[in-house]
Design a protein around this ligand. Structure first.
Ligand SMILES: [Zn+2]
Length: 429
C-alpha cells in the first residue's frame, strides 16, 4: 500500500526539530519512504490531504495493563470481591470475558493515538495472545510489547493477581522460565509494594524483593536476551532495582545524587506514571472509593514521582511516560491526559512533552530504530490532528486519523465513560 499525506504541518518528534509547514510524507508498505517539500506530488500514491492539518509521531504508552477499563472498582483493592473476580477469570467463560476486555483495550489505545503500547503485567497471558492476534492481522491494535504475568515474592505487589511468585533465587528464576515459555517481549517484576496493597500509612513502596532476588531475576532475563521493567515506589526499592540490574524503573521515587549517577551509569530509564496517582490524591474519596490510608499513600507516590521525574530530567537520565492504564481513573484511551499532567506538573513545554511521549519513549523501550520519530525508514506510525498540539496538548484528545504501521484509521470512534471524563476534566489546567 502506497500513501502520501500532502501539504501538512509536521513535527517529527525530535527534540531539536520544530514544526515544518507544507510537508509531504510518503509511506509504502508500512514504512516512511520519503519526506519532501515539493509542490508536485508523485503519482501512484493514495493521497491523504493534509492541508491545514498537523502530523506528529504516534504516541507510545510505556506502561499499561490491558485487563481493565480504568473505571474505579472495589475489586481492585483486594478482599473478597477480588478473590471472586480472580476465580471467575480462571473459568472458560471468564477467559472469554478477559479476552474481550483486552481486545477492547488495545483498540481504544490505538484509536486514541497510541501506536505502541507496552503491557507490564496481565492475567493468564491474555496480553501475549492479543499481541499475536494483532501481529497476525486478526485483531486491530497498536504495536504491542507485553510481559505476560509479572513476577514477585509471595507478599509482593500483584501476588496472586497479575503476578506469579517465588521466594528463593532459584524459584524466581524458575518463574522467569515459566513466563518465557509463553514468548513475552520483556519481564516485569515488582521490587516494592504499591498503593493498593500498602499496609502502613506512608509506606506504599515497601521492599518486597531484596537485592539477591532481584539480581537472580535480572541475570536470568538478560541471559535470555530480554529486558526487565520493575514496579518500584520508594528510594529503598530504587536502590535495589538499580543494584539488581533492571532496565526500566516504573513509577520511581525521589532521587539522591548517587541514584542519578547510577541511573546514568547503568543506562536505566525512569518511567513516570501520573495518570493513576493524580486523580487518587486529588479527587474526593467518594469518587475514588479509597480509604484514608490509600489517599495518603497516593499523595506520597505522586509527590515522589513528580520530584523524581524532575530531577531525572534535569540531570540527563532517560525519562519516559506511561499511563498505568487499568488502574483506577487511568482509562485505556487517555494517554493524552498523561501528556497534559506531565506538562503541568513536571513543567516541560508542549513540544518537549510530545518528544518524550514519542522519540524518548521509543528509546525507553529500546525500539527507537523502528518508531518514535517521523524519518525515512521508520515505521509509518503517526497521528493527523485538526489543530496544533504544540500550541495546546488538549487537541490530542480528538485524533482525526491514526496511522499505525502504515494502516490508516480515519475518524476512529471510541466509546468513552463520559461520567469519568467529566471528573477527570476537573484535573486539567
Ligand atoms: Zn502498573
Amino acid at each position: 500500500m502506497k500513501y502520501v499525506i500532502t501539504n501538512c504541518s509536521m513535527y517529527n518528534g525530535q527534540a531539536e526539530s520544530d514544526l515544518e509547514s507544507a510537508v509531504n510524507i510518503y509511506f509504502v508498505d508500512g514504512t516512511i519512504s520519503e519526506i519532501t517539500k515539493e509542490a508536485k506530488i508523485q503519482e501512484g500514491y493514495t493521497v491523504i490531504d493534509g492541508t491545514s492539518k498537523y502530523v506528529i509521531p504516534g504516541l507510545i504508552n510505556t506502561h499499561a495493563h490491558l485487563f481493565g477499563t480504568g473505571k474505579p472498582s472495589k475489586s481492585l483493592g483486594g478482599g473478597n470481591s477480588q478473590k471472586l473476580l480472580i476465580g471467575y477469570i480462571k473459568t472458560k467463560l471468564g477467559q472469554r470475558t478477559l479476552h474481550g476486555m483486552v481486545r477492547k483495550s488495545v483498540r481504544a489505545a490505538l484509536f486514541s493515538g497510541c501506536t505502541t503500547v507496552r503491557g507490564v503485567g496481565d492475567f493468564f497471558y491474555s496480553d501475549i495472545r492479543i499481541r499475536d492476534e494483532v501481529n497476525a492481522g486478526t485483531q486491530i491494535g497498536p504495536r504491542l510489547l507485553v510481559s505476560g504475568f509479572a513476577i514477585t515474592t509471595h507478599d509482593g505487589h500483584g501476588a496472586g493477581t497479575f503476578a506469579i511468585t517465588g521466594d528463593t533465587p532459584q524459584e524466581l528464576q524458575d518463574q522467569v522460565m515459566e513466563v518465557y515459555r509463553h514468548h513475552p517481549d520483556l519481564i516485569k517484576i515488582c521490587v516494592t509494594g504499591g498503593v493498593m496493597d500498602a499496609k502502613v500509612k506512608g509506606e506504599p513502596g515497601i521492599v518486597r524483593m531484596n537485592e539477591q532476588q532481584t539480581i537472580a531475576v535480572c541475570d536470568k532475563v538478560h541471559e535470555l536476551g530480554l529486558r526487565v521493567a520493575s514496579h518500584t515506589e520508594s528510594q529503598e526499592g530504587v536502590k535495589i532495582a538499580l543494584a539488581g540490574g533492571v532496565d526500566t524503573i516504573e513509577h520511581g521515587s525521589e532521587l539522591t545524587d548517587q541514584m542519578v549517577a547510577d541511573y546514568k551509569k547503568r543506562n536505566v530509564a525512569f518511567n513516570c506514571t501520573l495518570s493513576p496517582a493524580l486523580p487518587l490524591c486529588r479527587l474526593s474519596p467518594e469518587l475514588t472509593l479509597l480509604n484514608d490510608m490509600a489517599v495518603f499513600n497516593s499523595k506520597v507516590v505522586f509527590d515522589n514521582i513528580v520530584e523524581g521525574t524532575k530531577k531525572a530530567l534535569a540531570n540527563g537520565v532517560l525519562v519516559g511516560m506511561g499511563t498505568d492504564a487499568s488502574c483506577p481513573f487511568a482509562m485505556q484511551y487517555n494517554m493524552w491526559r498523561e501528556l497534559c499532567y506531565f506538562h503541568s506538573y513536571i513543567g516541560t513545554d508542549n513540544k518537549q512533552t510530545i518528544h518524550i511521549a514519542t522519540e524518548q519513549n521509543a528509546k525507553v523501550l529500546g525500539i527507537a530504530d523502528q518508531t518514535g520519530t517521523l524519518e525515512i525508514g521508520k515505521s509509518a506510525d503517526m497521528l493527523i490532528l485538526d489543530k496544533n498540539p504544540l500550541e495546546d496538548l488538549k487537541v490530542l484528545r480528538n485524533v482525526s486519523t491514526v496511522i499505525c504501521q502504515g494502516k490508516v484509521y480515519a475518524h476512529p470512534v471510541i466509546k468513552k465513560n463520559e461520567k469519568i471524563e467529566k471528573i477527570l476534566d476537573t484535573l486539567l489546567e
